[in-house]
Design a protein around this ligand. Sequence first.
Ligand SMILES: [Zn+2]
Length: 338
Amino acid sequence: MWQLVGQDRAVTLLQRNLERGAVAHAYLLVGPPHVGKMTLALELAQALNCEAAEPPCGECDPCQKVASGKHADVQVIGVNSNGNSNDKPRTEISIEQVREIQHSSSLPPFEGKHKVFIIDGAELMSNEAANCLLKTLEEPSEGVVFILLTANDSFLPETVVSRCQRLELRPLPTSQVEAALGERRSLESAKTELLSRLCHGRLGWALTAADDDSLLERRDQLVEKLLEVIRGDNEQRFDYVAQLAAQFGKNRLSVQEVLDLWLDWWRDLLLIKLGSSGAITNIDHEAELAEMSQGYSLPQIRAFINSIQAAGEQLGQNANPRLTLEVLMLSIPGRSAV
Ligand SMILES: [Zn+2]
């Protein structure tokens, strides 16, 4: 039984490949972070090495070893894998890492039926690493399966993409996340509902946030900061920009996370303005949002949503972060009684 929730198309296709003995040499799983790519990759690795009649059973020795990361023939490679903690954090998957798996893939399986190499964040392969992997994909060895995971396959060389069977994983409907989260974790219903909305269809995020309070704490801090900045003057806004710009140099994703949260907040204001408060994301701030929405007109809210999206795109295209974020702060609409 496949445990992955809601990705029926991808699961059905893999299941059929397995039943027909027509497993591809390489799969490319594409989807946003925490949507289930690693879960599906590990389940496929289990299915390929499972001893039960209907793989993956999740219970036989090979299945359990894969689940606990102890199967000798299943290897996960990413920017943070095989790292020495004294090394400086890596930002790309290096050619050395790919050479290692290339060598390992040329040897027969140690204990299982298939060797499986999962490359997490495949778009982070250096050019040399991707070219090296391409050679391996062009001359596949029997019994070896590569599974590449990426949030964005447009960052991968076309030559690599064309060698893989591509499977897309999409965010789930909120109701499906809520049902699955309710089944797997016993939380208060308000928290289940909040996490189901905050995760935007990515069940993995909701499950992680259910187990690790720091995710929700960070989100609460970001909301608090957003309110402070919206109510603050230009000096406070530019102070925040300086903070974010410095952060951007170290961790781009954390700044994108701030923009995503701002986008959610202003979309909520828009929804309330349009009379659809039942569809908002930040349900734990409904009263505050309702009050705030009165201070802005619909065109003001729409214009600022466009500004946040434009800032996100510009940062993705390597615009100057400080300048981009200053422009964004200057376009926060002024409150008026509307
Ligand atoms: Zn099994």
